[in-house]
Every structure is written in structure tokens, then in C-alpha cells.
Design a protein around this ligand. Structure first.
Ligand SMILES: C[S@@+](CC[C@H](N)C(=O)[O-])C[C@H]1O[C@@H](n2cnc3c(N)ncnc32)[C@H](O)[C@@H]1O
Ligand code: SF4
Length: 155
């Protein structure tokens, strides 16, 4: 099977322990999204007609993408690598789990969320320099019970 991984190397703030590539300069997000679109076009023959079964948006923080940016990337993949996707995953930070974002992701075709809770202990989250609090992490779990969340698989 073939899968496409799209890395969104931007975060609102830097967690002290993170080993991944990211920048906190969010002014460049649009430019990078366009560049990923170009790279997808350049690599459209790379998979030699293998069916793409999974699409994965990782980061960094793909949950900070706007509807326009995520729609642009999904449409590019859909057009350039046409197939029936079995799974579309988005890594989401707890502070991005608004009802608006949940509905937007669902509408755009995301069906699996990787939730970056990391810890339920306030002192650990502060030590890590995470953008969310322990209370928000617990609220997030409750949100996972909301009707809108039922259409996602959560990991
Ligand atoms: C790199 S993060 C990106 C998603 C999101 N920004 C977040 O922080 O959850 C994806 C997952 O990788 C895991 N991870 C494992 N090793 C890590 C490391 N050294 N630095 C950062 N995240 C790591 C985290 O638990 C996190 O949920
Ligand atoms: S939000 Fe995620 S990707 Fe960004 S710095 Fe923190 S752990 Fe790394």
C-alpha cells in the first residue's frame, strides 16, 4: 500500500523536549503550503499509479492550518493521487480542538486525530512548555465524547 505524509513544520510555541523540525514564524505558513503543493505536482508520478490508502498530516502542528490551507492540500493530493483513501489523519494540539475546527476537519475528509495531550499533570506540561493546561487536557477528553468527535478515530 502507499501512503502520503505531509509535514507541517510550524508551531505556536516551542516545546522544550521536541526533536522534530519546526519554526514558530507563522508568517511563512502560506508560502510553505504553496511549496508543498508544487512538490506534490513534481512527484505526481512517484508512486507509479499505486493506490494511496492513507494520508497523514504531521508536524509541527497541522491543526493550526486554516480551512483554506488544508483544503488546498487535500485537493492537491486528491487530484494528483486519485484513489479511495482508507484513512486521513491529522495531528492536533489540544488548544486547537474547537468545535469549528472539528467540523471543518470532518468536512474536509479527516477521519482520524492524533491528539497531543502528553500529560495530565500541570507541572509536567509547564516543564515541557506545552501550550495547553492540565484542565484543558481533561476537557479535551470530554470533548472526545461530543457528537462531532464521534466521526473521528482518536489516537
Ligand atoms: C511531534 S508531535 C506533533 C503533533 C503535535 N504538535 C503535538 O505536539 O502533539 C507528534 C507526537 O510525537 C510524539 N513524540 C515522540 N517523541 C517526541 C519528541 N522527541 N519530541 C516531540 N514529540 C514526540 C508526541 O507524543 C506527539 O504527540
Ligand atoms: S507542538 Fe508538537 S511539534 Fe510543536 S514543538 Fe511542541 S511537540 Fe514539537
Amino acid at each position: 500500500m502507499a501512503g502520503i505524509y505531509i509535514h507541517i513544520p510550524f508551531c505556536r510555541q516551542a516545546c522544550h523536549y521536541c526533536d522534530f523540525h519546526f519554526s514558530t514564524n507563522l508568517r511563512q505558513v502560506d508560502q510553505l503550503v504553496l511549496a508543498i503543493g508544487k512538490e506534490l505536482e513534481m512527484r505526481k508520478d512517484y508512486l507509479k499509479n499505486q493506490a494511496v490508502e492513507t494520508v497523514y498530516f504531521g508536524g509541527g502542528t497541522p491543526s493550526l492550518l486554516s480551512e483554506r490551507q488544508l483544503h488546498f492540500l487535500m485537493e492537491k493530493v486528491r487530484k494528483l493521487f486519485p484513489s479511495d483513501w482508507k484513512e486521513v489523519t491529522l495531528e492536533a494540539n489540544p488548544d486547537d480542538l474547537s468545535e469549528e475546527n472539528l467540523s471543518m476537519w470532518k468536512e474536509l475528509g479527516v477521519d482520524r486525530l492524533s491528539l497531543g495531550i502528553q500529560s495530565f499533570q500541570e507541572e509536567v506540561l509547564q516543564f515541557y512548555n506545552r501550550a495547553h493546561t492540565a484542565i484543558e487536557a481533561w476537557r479535551l477528553l470530554r470533548k472526545a465524547e461530543m457528537p462531532d468527535s464521534k466521526s473521528f478515530r482518536l489516537i
